[in-house]
Design a protein. Sequence first.
Length: 125
Amino acid sequence: MTISHGIRLTTVTLNSPDPPALARFYAQLLGWTIGTEEPDWVTLNNPDGGIGIAFHIEDIYVRPVWPAKRDEQQMMAHLEIHVDDLEAGCAHAKACGATLADYQPQDDVRVHLDPDGHPFCLYIG
């Protein structure tokens, strides 16, 4: 595939009231290392060289609601994370500090909430 005009996606950024804490959660969950760490900006490097994750301070952060509800803060994005074993992946996510969401829309996907409430999906396939 040819990349047009040298444009390529390198990082997905999540807002957080505490970027270092959220970055440590995802570093533990994914087994990635922290690249840059400042109080208001943290990056995680993808060891495979793919898209990384960054965390940016949001002083007026409002935790999203999953699933979406009218007149409440909706999620702006969520991460899709492949696992080889769904049960083991869920246990690991919980040990890292994730919460299993009450609403689960599919049998082969498990929606979790990170410590700031961002939904993320663990899936097999």
